[in-house]
Design a protein. Sequence first.
Length: 538
Amino acid sequence: MLADGGRVNDIAARLGEVGLPAPVSELAARDWDVVIVGGGHNGLTAAAYLARAGRSVLVLERRERLGGACTLERPFEDDRFVVSPCAYVLGLLDQKVIDELELHRRGLRWWIADPNLWIPFADGTSLGQFVDDSRTQADLEAMGVSKADIDGYWRHQKLYDDVRRLLRKGERDSWEGETPTRAEIEEMLGGSREMIDLVFEASIAEVMEDHFSDQRLHDAFFGGGVIGTWAGPKDPGTASVKLMHHQGDLDGKGSNWAYVEGGMGMVSFAIADAAAEAGATLACGVPVGRIVPGEGVELEDGTTIRAAAVVSNADPKRALALIGAEAIGAADPAFRTRLEDWDVRSPVVKFNAALEELPNWTAADGAEWPARAMIELTDGIDSAQAAFERCEAGEPAVAFAEVYTQTGFDPSPAPAGKHSMTVFGQYAPYELSAGDWDARREEVARQFIDLIDGFAPGIEDRLIDYEVLGPPDIESRIGLTGGNIFQGQVLPGQMWEDRLPYRTPVPGFYLCGAATHPGGSVIATNGRNAAASVLADG
């Protein structure tokens, strides 16, 4: 038992490497109610709810570990470093899932990042968004931001928070169940043109321009609108990307971000524990080769596993390949076209590092508290827009990065006295205009190192080891087509009623991944909603 009453989670202790619970021949010898293809956190969530409802459930994961993009790995020569390779911080996990699956009892704990966002500037100044608003106010005043712009900043924050409350805390939670239509969302927002534009039309740059003029604020706060998105901060719809990331309610305290004890994979492992306790069977190292509607799945080795229903946690492109375009087209030609046209372009590249010691940030010289923040590095909004344009032309241009230092709170994922640093960067395309990722990986690593060094000089001397994961690496390692961390764009054209449904036109075939409503990130609502659809269909 843990000191806070939780218990040690065996799946977490094994970093999700659960292996085979029985020979494949035994798994194939029985009839299952549901087979779930893919052991990411949404697939595991669906498994937990279905098993709790009495269904016989088999989860098949092609990799040797559970968790998908929300997992833990040992990527470095010194295997005492444990890294969350793709999902870094927690903020949108559904409180209903936390409570209903008793994730705290299964060892899930976290620390709120404070400041939630810290932005150092090239001139040595900085700005923090603290949990305590009075500290943020003090930072704004210390920077010499005008009273008019400070007031505009707070109106800007309130706008996003008001939309969050109306969509998540009103008569219904818009994330739960089937997605509301645009007309229903507009009604939920009381017909406010400003709010409707935020959800469906505006760029994040435009929303900021409506509230403050100080260029430093524009440079500091555009990042939420471009995370994982094939767009620049001045492109339409990017305000809605920030909104998606602002709709969490961690600890019932609104939109905050947190570091998970042990790393983000502990979220998936706690959900997996709930699924296993409810009776779901979890199998790793079992790649599915084909989905056969009404029959089940066929493994890559030719083994057939029978199931009345199949739920796919795979991204839409992989799901389409598994079930076959002809099968989808026969059921609904328009849905086939929708999957074929689904936009999975990604500008995301990751830099994961083992460190001798923490970075020393010029704007907080000698202080260790930035290691407990979420740190945003950028040369400004104009630089980011230009970097996206270079990315569109096939050139990597890392001009925006978010830095996370897990060991600032939690020393356990590193050897004593050492640290880990994970960095989310943009922009870098899947297909390069010249060369390939293997040939240019070190060039991209240098872009990260140089960007960080501009704010924390000497960072290169603190590196023990590192890895760079471009979109093709994220695709091959995690299984996300195009390297898209959200299984597809989260701009308005692929959100809300334009996100993919849990029920497909093919009877007995469902989707539960991040391409479904309410979108990407570590939410788990997708899996919960998909399970509800399966159960409602009998």
